[in-house]
Design a protein around this ligand. Structure first.
Ligand code: SF4
Length: 369
């Protein structure tokens, strides 16, 4: 049986980026110690369970600092099987990823780090409400490698206020030059409840810019040896994120922390986004369970698998797992999409057509319905 992945959410940030709608809170550092204890208490529900991958994300996990992260890891190790992980990733932001933290992280077994770079243009960073500079970002990448972390990823955003093709090109070339092994590229979208939604910047590049830049970024990265293995993710061969691959393949995972999602034993649920209630009693914090019929579950897995651009979706394999009768409707919809050239089809295998990658959400709506 495939062992699940373990995700730990760290919902603390120095300040809120102007575009961010993740569940993270700024200025709550005094709650971090209590939070670490609450995560350990929640993890006790899974006593004795072994995990294949670990991903500590956020928020800003580097805000934990080495001491609190060590306490968390040691406490988890006492009752969870996390000693034979095939991958351990931690997210960090440049301003809190100093040498002491990165050395400690490496000694704790994290060999993969995902750094929130976003841009290497200081004006763009400032306009997005990021609290680090481009120099801090490059230093964090450099120090991560020198501490022996061998898979270093950076997040990059397309469509930041004031961004130009030239500045984005410059960001990418510097990151490639710094030896990054993995790059995640996201197109900015203005989400409800964010500062940008309340007060949209007047120099936001439009959708057309994003489409052009996505093509350009993809071309630059591919020419530099990166594989475009998922809609938003590029990796040098062998450096793909195994934790996220498991998620896109419909695998099982446990999420700890407020707003963390889990998929286990055929059930899917998400903890309530309520930090105070969680610290008070993680066992009593509410959760939303996604109860769906088998056809919907299969279609949702198909949608996730289609995100994997190289691997694609094997509809025959889905039918064997979920039932041939149950899969008829899905195959019909997939064939329609292939007929419209939105998917490429070979036998029972489907992949997103290159022209549909950027508009994949439209394809996914048709896959689900
Ligand atoms: S650092 Fe990340 S999680 Fe925190 S506010 Fe900024 S985008 Fe959101």
């Amino acid at each position: 049986m495939q062992m699940p992945g373990l995700y730990i959410h760290i919902p603390f940030c120095i300040s809120k980026c102007l575009y961010c709608d993740f569940y993270s809170l700024a200025g709550k550092d005094d709650l971090i110690d209590g939070y670490v204890s609450a995560v350990v208490r929640e993890s006790e529900k899974y006593d004795g369970m072994s995990f294949r991958t670990l991903y500590v994300g956020g928020g800003t996990p580097s805000l934990l600092g080495a001491r609190r992260l060590a306490r968390l890891m040691e406490s988890l190790q006492s009752h969870l099987g996390i000693d034979r992980l095939v991958e351990a990733t931690i997210e960090a932001n440049p301003e809190s990823a100093d040498e002491d933290f990165l050395k400690a992280v490496r000694n704790m077994g994290f060999k993969r780090i995902s750094i929130g770079v976003q841009s290497l243009d200081d004006d763009e960073l400032k306009k997005a409400g990021r609290v680090h500079s481009s120099a801090q970002a490059l230093k964090a990448v450099d120090v991560a490698f020198s501490c022996g972390i061998d898979n270093v990823s950076a997040d990059v955003i397309i469509g930041l206020p004031g961004q130009t093709g030239e500045s984005l090109d410059n960001t990418l070339r510097k990151l490639i030059g710094a030896g990054l092994t993995h790059i995640s590229v996201y197109c900015l979208s203005i989400e409800e409840g964010t500062a940008f939604a309340a007060c949209p910047p007047d120099d936001l590049p439009g959708d057309e810019f994003q489409a052009l830049m996505y093509e350009s970024v993809s071309g630059i990265l591919k020419r530099s040896g990166f594989i475009h293995y998922e809609i938003s993710n590029f990796a040098l061969p062998g450096k793909e994120c195994l934790h996220n691959l498991n998620y896109w393949r419909g695998g099982e995972y446990i999420g700890l922390g407020p707003s963390a999602a889990s998929h286990m034993g055929g059930r899917r649920w998400k903890n309530a986004s309520d930090l105070m209630a969680y610290i008070d009693d993680p066992a009593a914090v509410g959760f939303d369970e996604d109860i769906v019929d088998v056809e919907t579950k299969m279609a949702e897995e198909a949608m996730l698998r289609l995100r994997l651009l190289e691997e694609g979706l094997d509809a025959g394999q889905l039918a064997r797992r979920y039932g041939f009768n149950e899969s008829k409707g899905l195959e019909e919809r997939l064939n329609n999409l292939a007929g419209q050239k939105m998917l490429m089809k070979k036998g029972k295998k489907y992949k997103l057509a290159p022209g549909s990658i950027l508009t994949s959400n439209r394809v996914f709506v048709d896959v689900i319905n």
